[in-house]
Design a protein around this ligand. Sequence first.
Ligand code: COA
Length: 324
Amino acid sequence: MGAVILGTGSCLPEKILSNHDLGKIVDTNDEWILSRTGISTRRISGQGEATYQLGAAAARKAMEMAEVTVEEIDLIIVATMSAHMLMPSCACFIQKELGAVNAFAYDVNAACSGFLFALDNGDKFLRVEKGKKILIIGTETLSSRTNWEDRNTCILFGDGAGAVVAEYQDNERGVIASNLLSDGTLWNLLYMHTAPSCNPDLQLADNPGSHILMEGREVFKYAVKAMEGAIRDLLSRENVDMDSIDLMIPHQANIRILRKLVSRLGVKEEKVFINVQKYGNTSAASVPIALDEANREGRFKRGDLLLVCSFGGGFTWGASLLRW
Ligand code: COA
């Protein structure tokens, strides 16, 4: 049908930052963070855990599960907004790290929706280039893009990576369809500058540095509405009803966003995979990390119908349906 996932992998940095630890950095506390976000801990990268290194480690685990060698990989698509360099891409660094000599590689930036957009890219590539094998990776070190003095944002994010190996198969398995959307007019509700421009004419007076800025309440409202709309449209287009979904794997931004979304959709909570309490919002890495954990915990089996959805800066959002 479409891109069939042959293996999943993830990699989380060793260092754990608790809400209690954050209370020593900014004016906050465990009770506030937990009740507003559902997050207890997040992982923070140290040396040897750069964005591309986490991504490569996740990719190795996915290839191991898929029983695919690195030489068999034809394409590497990496979703990230926190690579350690703007150029070359994070994907090229991962290619080098893995020794994927037969692959071409590029990055996708759709903020927290990046993995869904990359999966759709990969799916469409495989439907044309049948017989190829690809790696799709979401990897982030948002700790490097967080203002550690801003309690509105620094409590939310974490580092990590997730990866999948995929190929086309002529059967009922794989990505069925995706519904991806963007609205650039809402960019200023969630954004991050680059380094200041070297061209004085293009310098922005209000560039405070390359870290995340957010209007939390607005983002919250849009996120719920947007993901609900994307999911309803996708399911109705594909003639699938909500009860046929075996497991929903949403972007892990905030437990309150997830609970509201799930209750509006009428999905039972036991059919939703949630790990935001452990890792916070890992942006483009959140869906593939959750997919890998759910896979390794045996939360779904061959033939199950999975629904993934995401929302992020841009705004970007969407949903995908997969037959495992
Ligand atoms: N600890 C303690 N108090 C905090 C705090 C923190 N970490 N962060 C903010 N506050 C304070 C605010 O200063 C404000 O105080 P005031 O009333 O004296 O001004 C109060 O708490 C309420 O702030 P508000 O921003 O209205 O809180 P909220 O209920 O909207 O929760 C978020 C804030 C960020 C948790 C919530 O808006 C949210 O989850 N938004 C979505 C964010 C997200 O998921 N973004 C990524 C999407 S991909």
